[in-house]
Design a protein around this ligand. Sequence first.
Ligand code: BES
Ligand code: MG
Ligand code: ZN
Length: 506
Amino acid sequence: MGKNDKKGVLPLFKSLPTFERNNEHDVFVLGIFEGETLHPVVEKVDSMLNNQVSRLKKTKKIAKQGALTTVYPLEEIKSEAVYVVGLGKKEDVTTESIREVVASVGQQIKKDNIVNTGFLVESFTCELVEESDVAVLIGEGLALGTYTVVDYKEKSNEVDKKLETVTLYGKATETLQEAAQVGYTYGKGTNRARKLVNTPGNLMTPTDLAEEAKELAEKHGFEYEVLEREEMEKLGMGALLAVAAGSDQPPKMIVLKYTGDKQSDELIGFVGKGLTFDSGGISIKPRENMHQMKMDMGGAAAVLGAMDIIGSQKPNVNVLAVIPSSENLLNGSALKPGDVITSLSGKTIEVRNTDAEGRLILADGITYAKQLGATMLIDVATLTGAVLIALGDCTTGAVTNNEELLEEVLEASVETGEWIWCLPNYAPYKKMLKTSDVADLNNAPGRLAGSITAGLFIGEFAQDTPWVHLDIAGTAWQSRATSLGPLGGTGVMARTLAQLAINKEI
Ligand code: BES
Ligand code: MG
Ligand code: ZN
């Protein structure tokens, strides 16, 4: 647990049908659309504010998407301040834009040390996004926007005041409260993943990652298992062991299982790359940005974040999480270019580049998930620099052997606002993997189509099991703050994986 975590401090969502002048808040939040007359409920509040909103709207661009204007009521209502939030043109509004707007409100709430807030839910609605959707997005956006990266300075950034009460003003009061709580759970799961990614490598070792998983298991009642080096040796997890050989930190194969439907044989397998620091090994990386490689467990973080959401939402499906975890360092016993290793599956691999280590540990992760009964597989990994070149830092790259499962993953990602684009899996790419004279597979066939060959390498171990690979090397980290959160780990795919599992509920 980080020092900023206080167990059990959930902002409490309340709901009331109408806003009255004596409802007391540190800040009251309402939304306005560009090029529209004020919503009747906003008009009513505006009259309590001496028409400040309508007057400002005439001269300033306060309705522009993402604009946030603070208005101070003069005794007429009991809130200390009112945030007037620009939602943009009605035809441009999407769930993403509302999520972003609310998250930027969250960031302001954090800056202003707000403890108690109220939202005029109705003012955020339009044809595409109804009240209960807005409530979900308020819960999610507030959790995402109020997230802070823990630092380790003498004078730390720890905030002493946290959001405690959020009152939602809207019609279906009970539904709103529940919807906001669901959204909040998604946001908090994402923040859990962000925290794991942001934690420095010396404080987030494979052992620490296993500890995090154990905490989650205790929180939600998951089955929990961690394989140690000796057990890996017995089972023949040669690929994970080979990567771990260069490090003093013991590797871990971390397993969580959630059973929501005892009757079903279906078992959704999530496999996350848990490389807690990637130096490249003997094929060492350049020094400039090596420090960023603490994020190389972003896949593991996404899987754990998703399990947190799933544990709270309790869908009636079964989910297996498998996280192979190691460091990729170099010492006298380290894996070397040219070494041939035998994976858990029995397939042999010639290691042409020790920096292509993610696919090695995932090979054993995928095989182990299959041995544990996974009937479909989604692996998540910060796998290739090449995916950044192909898709930038806003889109996750996918590779699959099953269009149907891909479709389900894409559907979930549309709901969560996390973009995914699928890369081709044509036969010539697969042939590029079979270019070793001495082993079944070559772990680094060259620069061409680097993200595709990396994905398909993992696919060799999924075999006939429906499988989708998600390369988050670009999306797991943002090098500047966005409206959804600060610079650093994004927790990307925690929400999409959870949504996928929840959508499978019958
Ligand atoms: N962890 C890296 C990929 C990465 C790059 C993650 C940038 C996040 C940001 C991975 O292990 C790696 O080193 N991949 C190599 C593969 C190559 C040697 C075939 C790469 O992308 O250069
Ligand atoms: Mg590497
Ligand atoms: Zn790596």
